[in-house]
Design a protein around this ligand. Structure first.
Ligand code: HEM
Length: 506
């Protein structure tokens, strides 16, 4: 019995047939399980997403996840199963607190949800503030938060203003000689990366001076692609064998070179004896206070995060808002009237005064809703025992998030979500029912954005000075600019071609 006799040809086929039958049964069984018996079977969504990760990964590779997830929410409601173990919420008014909030009040005693390892890749050498454990995170935050206080920000104003003025003067100079449209995405990137490099390394990239993007910034943008593949390899470990084939080695190399560059700039700056009021002076002053010590490698990796988190995001929002203003002439006209009537002269535009400009602030807020610079992600994992989120019981180890872009574009939360209406943030009664607390573009809770105030300061100064100084007109080739932006961790943005004309005053 069971021994293959020579000449017996039927038994191998029986074996093959059995293997095929078992595989088919397993395949069908796992589909039936994921659809009807999986602990997430009660969460709405397309059946194909519940049984397979392929549809989500297809959109991940195409850069269309946020548009796709928005469509799924429009069809299935405020909670959607976007892949077999991943849930997306647009009920931000309650889900932010349930997923990301401090464990106080009704959440006291509940486990905090940890960052999802499928999304948060570790950098070389040590963790950084964004992907660190909760213990390391609170140590990092203790040291770093001093650099982002109101007092520190006020001291950084001269440095900030210097770069905003350089942006304006260079734009005036270039457009006085060259009437062709300018790529404002590039100009904003040059500015914000120069600001952050100066705040962290004591010297800029020199992009605004040279009107060129540094090779290190190109490398950084290139390396964003690695996060998608990190996600894919996490869920499909067999793809690691194809790593060299699917992931361009240049991407990995560029990522390492970028980290090395940041490390060398950080250490060079740390050796310098200076009291210039930048981020690093304050970080170095407070490192080691009350037992919170950041090692040299951790400092390098934190600087790498801050350089990216502090530059690309702010430049994205400014690009998005500029585009939205140019597509909504009545909003632009109102902003121009406000900005140009508010200040008598350019030099009166200070940090203090831009903090008292309700319309400009509302324009930026609406921009954050419409085009959030971190459009997706911030995924967390539910801890042991599961958790109730927005009234839905979600079992442990499920990956979940409030999806930023879909939340801001959901009719559940905002009236006319596809309209750009700053007035909704200024008490306009037509928008009284908007669920404003549903969006948190800077995230929420203990791991929210540390640089929020710096970001607001930069965005307000730059937008105010741009509108004060220039008349802007969208070039037809950028008419569908926002549609052509793709999600590659952050937004991958094409050229934003704008005709820029200096306002001539008596
Ligand atoms: C419009 C501009 C900005 C937006 C929309 C933004 C958004 C965010 C978001 C969503 C997170 C959470 C990321 C996550 O959990 O995965 C974050 C974290 C962070 N951001 Fe920002 N950010 C902006 C500007 C800045 C600036 C100017 C800085 C300055 C360095 C900065 C520094 C940080 C840091 C250090 C963290 C990590 C905080 C922590 O984990 O405790 N960001 N930001």
């Amino acid at each position: 019995m069971g021994v293959l006799e020579p000449g017996d040809v039927t038994k191998p086929w029986t074996l093959v047939a059995s293997v095929v039958a078992v595989s088919v049964a397993y395949f069908v069984g796992s589909i039936v399980y994921r659809l009807y018996f999986h602990p997430l079977h009660h969460i709405p969504g397309p059946w194909i997403n519940a049984v397979s990760r392929v549809p989500y990964i297809r959109h991940l590779l195409a850069g269309t996840t946020v548009v796709n997830v928005s469509e799924l929410h429009a069809k299935y409601g405020e909670v959607v199963r976007i892949s077999p173990n991943e849930i997306s919420f647009t009920s931000g008014d309650t889900a932010w607190q349930d997923i990301y909030g401090f464990r106080t009040g009704k959440h006291k005693g509940h486990l905090s949800m940890l960052k999802d390892p499928a999304w948060y890749a570790q950098p070389p050498g040590s963790a950084h503030i964004i992907c660190s454990s909760n213990e390391d995170h609170s140590r990092f935050r203790k040291v770093l938060s001093h650099s982002f206080s109101d007092k520190a920000l006020a001291n950084q104003e001269t440095l900030l203003q210097g770069y905003v003025d350089l942006l304006i003067n260079q734009l005036k100079d270039v457009t006085s000689k060259d009437k062709s449209p300018q790529d404002l995405t590039q100009w904003y990137n040059w500015t914000t990366f120069d600001v952050m490099a100066d705040l962290l390394f004591g010297e800029p990239f020199g992009s605004l001076q040279e009107l060129a993007t540094s090779k290190y910034i190109h490398m950084l943008f290139d390396s964003f692609t690695a996060f998608k593949y990190w996600y894919i390899m996490y869920y499909w470990p067999w793809t690691k064998r194809l790593r060299n084939w699917i992931l361009d080695q240049r991407v990995i190399q560029n990522r390492l070179t970028y980290y090395k560059f940041v490390a060398s700039q950080t250490q060079k700056r740390a050796q310098r004896e200076t009291q210039r009021p930048d981020l690093m002076t304050t970080i170095l002053q407070h490192n080691g206070e009350k037992g919170a010590v950041i090692s040299a490698t951790e400092m390098n990796n934190n600087n790498s995060v801050m350089l990216t988190a502090g530059s690309e995001t702010t430049a994205t929002l400014l690009s998005g808002v500029t585009y939205l203003l140019l597509k909504n002439p009545e909003v632009l006209a109102k902003l121009m009237k406000d900005v140009r009537g508010r200040w008598k002269k350019y030099d009166d535009i200070t940090l203090e005064s831009v903090n008292n400009t309700p319309y400009l602030i509302a324009v930026l807020q609406e921009g954050l809703r419409y085009f959030p610079p971190v459009p997706a992600g911030f995924e967390r994992r539910v801890g042991k025992g599961g958790e109730v989120v927005s009234g839905y019981f979600i079992p442990e180890n499920t990956a979940l998030s409030v999806s930023s872009y879909p939340t801001g574009h959901s009719e559940r939360n905002f009236k006319d979500p596809e309209a750009f209406v700053p007035e909704r943030w200024m008490g306009d009664p037509r928008y009284a029912d908007d669920k404003k607390s549903s969006i948190n573009p800077f995230s929420f809770g203990p791991r929210n954005c540390l640089g929020k105030n710096l970001a607001y300061a930069e965005m307000r100064l730059i937008l105010a000075k741009m509108i004060w100084s220039f008349d802007l007109e969208l070039d037809p080739k950028s008419d569908d600019w926002m549609k052509r932006c793709k999600v590659n961790t952050l937004w991958e943005k094409p050229e934003l071609a704008v005709r820029v004309k200096e306002v001539v005053r008596e």
